[in-house]
Design a protein around this ligand. Sequence first.
Ligand SMILES: NC(=O)c1ccc[n+]([C@@H]2O[C@H](COP(=O)([O-])OP(=O)(O)OC[C@H]3O[C@@H](n4cnc5c(N)ncnc54)[C@H](OP(=O)(O)O)[C@@H]3O)[C@@H](O)[C@H]2O)c1
Length: 335
Amino acid sequence: MKAIVLRELGGPEKLLYEDVPTPTPGAGEVVVKLKAAALNHRDHWIRVGQYAGIKLPIILGSDGAGVVASVGEGIDNSLVGQECVINPSLDWGNNEAAQGKNYRILGLPDDGTHAEYIKIPAENVCAKPAHLSWHEAAALPLAGLTAYRAVISRAKVQSGEKVLVTGIGGGVATFALQFALATGAQVFVTSGSAEKLASAQALGASGGANYKEAGWDKALIELTGGGPDVVIDSAGGESLETAVKIVKPAGRIVFFGATNGLAPNLDLRRIFFKQLNVFGSTMGSPCEFDAMLKLYNDKQLKPAVDQAFPLAEAGAAHQRMMEAGQFGKIVLDIG
Ligand SMILES: NC(=O)c1ccc[n+]([C@@H]2O[C@H](COP(=O)([O-])OP(=O)(O)OC[C@H]3O[C@@H](n4cnc5c(N)ncnc54)[C@H](OP(=O)(O)O)[C@@H]3O)[C@@H](O)[C@H]2O)c1
């Protein structure tokens, strides 16, 4: 089969379109013929060597959708032909509160979805929402799951609350906007681009501010009438530091990323004086993946898909992510 193989760390040119052996399913596993995959910032971090536990060579990719092509021992043959999305949370364990010690995210150390076929535990394939195209279905798994846990399980966003989602062009951020709106919250956003602020408003955001412009923190306090009740942040750095400043007293901040690095100026005194609740969050459990798919089906939601690249052009797709050119998910078409 064809796959994108990373043999050396470095720029997007290190992503090689190669022939590799097609996987065969072991006991309890299935092989899925992928129709589409998607990118996450994680793929970028791994490629540049800024991720724990890197092993090379590796086929990257946590997101995928396709058709079950074959099943291993112990798996019902009736699964063959099922249209599916892949849950990239491997071996979460039995505790909803946190993943266990065997937990892995698909796409390192296990080979991922940027390939024509993937071998995966049968428990990680779920029925594809029928209303989604292959590109939309492939956009959903990792970012949808992360946003679901952050917004629904951790922040427990309630109808009528004011929620700020930072860096709205990001893949996870667009899902966070969608899920917060689905709860009946009023959502505000930040972005480094006026165009993306407008796109977010077209999706239902009530307003936003450009984090590249001075005074964006004050603008958000004004827009939200005194600060948001909840902030969902994946940018880290100044974005998280500002969240602590502008969120209402007793507000909640959920964060799951550090795109901009650590937050050396995080004001600890403000956190305790304002009685803030600060939650870390990572990925999500199988129950949360099922609940996220149910929400998608019940409300007939559709992900924001930015652009699709042919699998062979994965390097160009990474380049777009590096430049933060996207609004929503960057997809790989596998035909
Ligand atoms: N812990 C987990 O389970 C988990 C899961 C998924 C992702 N993550 C992490 O979450 C982050 C986002 O992932 P992703 O895949 O959604 O990334 P992505 O699609 O590449 O989005 C990154 C976005 O970050 C925004 N950004 C950059 N600088 C910013 C700043 N100073 N303030 C606010 N926003 C800023 C940009 O938004 P604009 O384009 O609007 O300016 C950009 O589009 C990454 O760090 C990733 O590693 C963690």
